[in-house]
Design a protein around this ligand. Structure first.
Ligand code: KIV
Length: 273
């Protein structure tokens, strides 16, 4: 795995992530939604690949994560699985697939696991969905929790602003995090909350806490791949670091191709049979 900071070439497991927390080793997590990207992300040494329901935004162009369906998530997850050898692969359960009741939640969780072959599932919420989390865990399926800004509840929040700035919401988040750990979740995502609160949650739990917009005093970080590669110029929250400007790189390359075709410069003699 050419030159990247990968200390252990073995397949990443949920147990390995907990060991990494115990050893103070940070966990790198990134989204992917298709085979080609997943191969690149896995080859670069990612610990965890998330098939996020952010596919609804960045792959399908929807304004929220709500419209993406179970079948669409399974399609993305199966495509990603074909490209991954080492990373632990976690798939989001989409809105509506686990909120109705535990029985439906388990049936949908089993479908994702069976039809995609992914390693674990992620669900948004705390006490409100704890019976479903327990039922999915009881079926032998590893669960990652997700608290703070939970985009599937955008219509309840009404805004994508930072969550849990107020004491009451912060205390509920701390209690929900404990509940998810006690239920048996193997990790927890904290999205867009104050860094001090995230650090308090991470130091109080034995499972790893992965942050997005939650500061550096947690056990790992996650970003959406289109955002960190600079493909998505319209989205620039404070927490986002852009590692490339692929929008410019791709626009220049595609523009050059258009020019070459129109000038009859492509293909040349060496590019034909
Ligand atoms: O859907 C997603 O991409 C996510 C991450 C932002 C954590 O849930």
């Amino acid at each position: 795995m050419g030159g990247y900071l990968v200390e252990d070439a073995r397949k990443v497991t949920t147990h390995r992530l907990i060991e990494m927390k115990q050893q103070g080793k940070k966990i790198a997590m990134l989204t992917a939604y298709d085979y080609t990207m997943a191969r690149i992300v896995d080859g670069a040494g990612m610990d965890v690949i998330l098939i996020g329901d952010s596919a609804s935004n960045v792959m399908a162009g929807n304004a929220t994560t709500l419209p993406i369906t179970l079948d669409q998530m399974i399609y993305h997850a199966r495509s990603v699985m074909h490209g991954v050898q080492r990373a632990l692969v976690v798939c989001d359960m989409p809105f509506g697939s686990y909120q109705v009741n535990p029985t439906e939640g388990v049936a949908n969780a089993v479908r994702i696991m069976k039809e995609s072959g992914c390693d674990a599932l992620k669900l948004e919420g705390g006490v409100e969905i704890i019976d479903t989390v327990r039922a999915i865990l009881a079926a032998g399926i590893p669960v990652m929790g997700h608290l703070g800004l939970t985009p599937q509840s955008i219509n309840k929040f009404g805004t994508y602003a930072v969550r849990a700035r107020e004491e009451a919401e912060a205390e509920k988040l701390v209690a929900d995090a404990r509940l998810l750990e006690q239920a048996g979740c193997f990790a927890l995502v904290l999205e867009k909350i104050p860094a001090d609160l995230a650090a308090r949650v991470a130091s109080g739990l034995s499972i790893p806490v992965i942050g997005i917009g939650a500061g550096n005093r947690v056990d790992g970080q996650v970003l959406v791949i289109q955002d960190m590669l600079g493909m998505n110029q319209g989205f620039s929250p404070k927490f986002l670091r852009r590692y490339a400007d692929l929008h410019t790189v791709m626009t220049d390359a595609i523009g050059q191709y258009v020019t070459d075709v129109k000038r009859s410069d492509f293909p040349n003699e060496r590019e034909q049979y």
